[in-house]
Every structure is written in structure tokens, then in C-alpha cells.
Write a protein that binds this ligand. Structure first.
Ligand SMILES: N[C@@H](CCC(=O)N[C@@H](CS)C(=O)NCC(=O)O)C(=O)O
Length: 315
């Protein structure tokens, strides 16, 4: 049986603009992959994303440490069959949580389970359960995402060799021209990142402390789930698990081969202290849970998805 929502899927075109290796962008990518929604992915590298996003810049910034050019940025455009020739009916979302909510609303299987080929809703139809999922998602957005970013950038742009920094701009993380500019000016991009996010030994150490405490708290939540499912809320994988897994993945060293949707440097190229931190988090209940979510729930790109480029395929 085909629902109205599924019919809509065929009449909509999705494009996702992102900074390929960003974990907030991984959250949006995982959402689309999970629900099997084909999309065109436009990948950028930091700072060059301003050019990619210039036409789409927001009037309201998506959150702390964000600019108007913040990614992920999803557009949803009606296809030819439903297009209105006079008006722009494109839906635009520039926040990973909004994207997860919107896509779930459009494409999740209804609670009566009458649609066999739709993915299970990542939010619950039960109001109290949904409120718990949303509260955890918000907490991870604020307490995991920014701290993971600070630690990762500290390890890469302050502590890792230049060769590691350069590699980040390759491996299909962006078009050829961006990759070339990244390599040419990598000390400048790194310096700008360090300044913009206030990255130094003290701020990185503080983020590491906060993250350790958050992992302890999350481990307790997982261990005290009365269903014994090992998930954060109830007995199934939800938006809370997806958010935690995508936002924590980088600091746990989840690689592209293990399911991360873009290329990341392997942990083995980091300094010993960085590797030790990663191993410590991996051994927690929360860390193990993230790895399990990647193994069991990180789907592939849906058929019909592709990569999009600007400037004659070079950007
Ligand atoms: N709360 C936002 C955070 C997004 C975010 O921090 N995006 C970063 C990538 S990790 C970004 O694009 N930064 C560049 C900018 O703001 O110009 C979300 O969940 O989408």
C-alpha cells in the first residue's frame, strides 16, 4: 500500500549542502540515508563553504558558533509535476535538528504500521516518549556537538602534522578546485578555524572534561533503560541515538569504512594523548553504544542519490 507521503517522495527533490566532514552534517546525511530519501550532496570545505552557501545564507543564524553560512542546509523542491511556475515553493532548512524533524515527519512509517516499506519513526507517537527523545537530542546538540568539534580541531590543527590537515580536504570531501585551494592555503584555513572557535590548550582540556562527564551521564541513561534494549529511550533506535552517534563519532575515531559519511583521518595518525582519549571514551557504555549504532543503523546512501558540483564540476 502506498501512502500519500510516499507519493510525495517521488515528487520532491532534495539537495544537501554541507561541510563534508562536519558531524552536524553527518547527522543530516544519516537522517536522509535512514529514511531512504535520495538527495544531491554538495560538499564543501571550511571557509570555502561561504562561496557554496552565499546564495543560501540565512537571516537567522542556526546556533552558537554558527555564521549565516552555516551547514547542513537542506532544500526540498517540488518536482516538475507539482511545481508552481510562479512561486518558489522550495522548503529550506539550515539546522540538523530541523532537518531530522522535517524528514521524520514526511517519511516515517505511520504508527499503525500499514506502510511496509517506510522506516520506523525516529520520534515516538507517544507524547511523553517524544518529549524525552527531544530533550536528549537538544542536550547532545549543545553538550556533545560543540565540544567534539573543539577537541577534533585541536587535535588536527594544533597537534597533528600538516600532512593530516591537508588530507582532510581530499578523499572526495569536496570538488577538485576546493581540494586544491585547501592544500595550498591549509595553514591559513587552520589559523582561521583556531581563531573562530577559540581553540587552545585550555579550551580543549575543558571540552575534554565536559565530554567525559557527558559520556558518564549517557552511560547511566543507557544502563538504566528499564527495557534492557541498550537504546537511550524505549526499546528502539530513535533520534536521540542518531544524534548522539553522529555528533560523538568523530572523537571516537569512527572512520568512513565504519560508516561515517565522509572521509576522516584515522585515529592512528593522532598524537598518543589524542588516541588515549579516544580509547577511553570507546570503552564506556556510551562509546560502545555509538559504535553499535554505526554498525546496525548507519545505512548507505539511497539509490538515486548523487554528488553535485559548482563551477564546471570543479567546486
Ligand atoms: N545547530 C546547528 C549547528 C551547525 C554547525 O555548527 N555547522 C558548522 C559545521 S560543524 C558550520 O557549518 N559552520 C560554518 C559556519 O557557521 O559558517 C545544526 O545542528 O545544524
Amino acid at each position: 500500500m502506498t501512502t500519500q507521503k510516499q507519493e510525495q517522495r517521488h515528487g520532491l527533490r532534495f539537495s544537501l549542502r554541507n561541510i563534508a566532514f562536519s558531524h552536524f552534517c553527518e547527522k543530516a546525511r544519516w537522517t536522509l540515508d535512514y529514511y531512504g530519501v535520495p538527495y544531491v550532496e554538495y560538499r564543501s570545505l571550511p571557509w570555502m563553504h561561504i562561496i557554496s552557501m552565499f546564495r543560501h545564507r540565512a537571516t537567522i543564524v542556526a546556533g552558537p558558533e554558527c555564521s549565516p553560512f552555516s551547514t547542513p542546509f537542506l532544500t526540498c523542491t517540488p518536482g516538475d509535476s507539482t511545481a508552481d511556475a510562479t512561486g518558489d515553493r522550495t522548503i529550506k532548512l539550515n539546522d540538523s535538528t530541523d532537518i531530522l524533524g522535517f524528514i521524520s515527519d514526511q517519511f516515517a512509517a505511520p504508527s499503525d504500521n500499514s506502510t511496509i516499506d517506510a522506516s520506523v519513526n525516529l520520534y515516538s507517537d507517544d507524547a511523553a516518549t517524544k518529549a524525552k527523545i527531544l530533550a536528549l537530542e537538544e542536550r547532545f546538540d549543545l553538550m556533545i556537538g560543540p565540544h567534539v568539534r573543539r577537541i577534533a580541531y585541536y587535535e588536527i590543527f594544533v597537534k597533528a602534522p600538516r600532512s593530516v590537515q591537508r588530507e582532510l580536504g581530499h578523499h572526495n570531501n569536496a570538488g577538485k578546485l576546493q581540494s586544491w585551494l585547501w592544500s595550498m592555503f591549509v595553514p591559513l584555513w587552520g589559523w582561521l578555524i583556531i581563531k573562530f572557535f577559540n581553540i587552545n590548550e585550555v579550551s580543549a582540556a575543558r571540552s575534554m572534561d565536559i565530554l567525559k562527564r557527558e559520556f558518564e551521564h549517557i552511560s547511566q541513561v543507557l544502563e538504566s533503560n528499564s527495557t534492557g534494549s541498550g537504546y537511550l529511550v524505549g526499546s528502539q533506535f530513535t533520534a536521540a541515538d542518531l544524534t548522539l552517534a553522529s555528533l560523538a563519532s568523530i572523537v571516537l575515531g569512527v572512520t568512513h569504512k565504519e560508516g561515517y559519511g565522509a572521509w576522516l583521518p584515522p585515529m592512528t595518525v593522532m598524537r598518543p594523548e589524542g588516541q588515549a582519549f579516544c580509547k577511553e571514551l570507546r570503552q564506556t557504555t556510551a562509546g560502545k553504544h555509538v559504535l553499535r549504532c554505526y554498525q546496525q543503523h548507519r545505512g548507505e546512501k539511497p539509490p538515486g542519490s548523487s554528488y553535485g558540483y559548482m563551477f564546471f564540476g570543479l567546486w
